[in-house]
Design a protein around this ligand. Sequence first.
Ligand code: PGA
Ligand code: ZN
Length: 399
Amino acid sequence: LITDIRLRRILDSRGNPTVEADVVTESGGFGRAAAPSGASTGEYEAVERPPAEAIAAAREHAVGRLVGDAYAGNQREVDSILHAADGTDDFSEIGANSAVAISMAAAKAGADVLGAPLFQHLGGAFRGENFPIPLGNVVGGGEHAADATDIQEFLVAPVGAPSVEDAVFANAAVHSTVADLLEERDVPCGKGDEGAWAPSIDDSEAFEIVDEAVSMVEDDVGFNIGFGLDVAGAELYDSESETYEYSDTSRDTDEQIAYIAELVREYDLVYVEDPLDENDYDAFADLTDEVGDQTLICGDDLFVTNTERLIDGIERDAANSILIKPNQIGTLTDAFDAIELATQNGYDSVISHRSGETEDTTIAHLAVATDAPFIKTGAVGGERTAKLNELIRIADDAT
Ligand code: PGA
Ligand code: ZN
């Protein structure tokens, strides 16, 4: 039984405030979790409120309903009380940031009561043998860095890695090899919000460099490393002109589909997230029809971890993969329902961080618990390695 919930503001990786929740139970269980925060947020995401407001609203509406009434181990009950306390369909009253922090903290308290690791409590007993493959962000721009690439994320996926540990280190090796190649070309650069290099180069040069870095590291490690992208198409799309606006050119929807299809073939892309605008299911479907048998076409801003939007996508064959961000939808139960619906319909789930993160490791456990084939949580940087190192620990414990 939940006996106390404390909410506070803490710092996220961008230096912005975010919501942290502590959940305490009668039998001495304790769970603590914090909400992440996006920069290239989808139009249809649950609503994040300024943390001070979200905390005040959650204290007023949700805390009293949960304390003394809900069991931390009963996730569906906790999460349905959060929905009832909020009373809206997008968490705009208590804030999706308060909701997700409480939801995840309750899960951790539930695991603590059982003395089990979080991934076990979340369903790990029936998981398979595989571990999620980490998608590592090595070069990026878009909304995550000023004056860098148009495509938001150039990702690497060590699909041939024999273990999570090998995969995590391979991604870090590509990240550092990219830095060497940039230095050789005299390109100065810092890092974007997710720790990826943010050089002031055009996308075609970024393709060259990442492709070369991947080959070099593949030779070194002796296993296959795939190449992927998060285009964040909604950020490039101009709904007035109905074109995708790049620094050096502009593409209409058909040209954008042809461009992405060409990139898939040229670079053997294993993963393409949000190649098109978040409102354009039909364009997604056309691209999936063209290259969906060679690559994952993943909906992030398209689906926003929302089962209703995923149903629309499934009906139209808009993609073959969904990005899962618990804070896009507000509770772990909603995230689980999206994963289950995806799995039932042959969609791969990719569990994801946000550009604004904390040391919280819940998504590593969620990915393992649900047998997700991929996890996207950066390559380097403390708030990213918190999750990657947790994956290594889970694998070490579980095998
Ligand atoms: P965000 O970006 O967390 O800033 O939304 C991550 C993504 O688009 O996948
Ligand atoms: Zn994305």
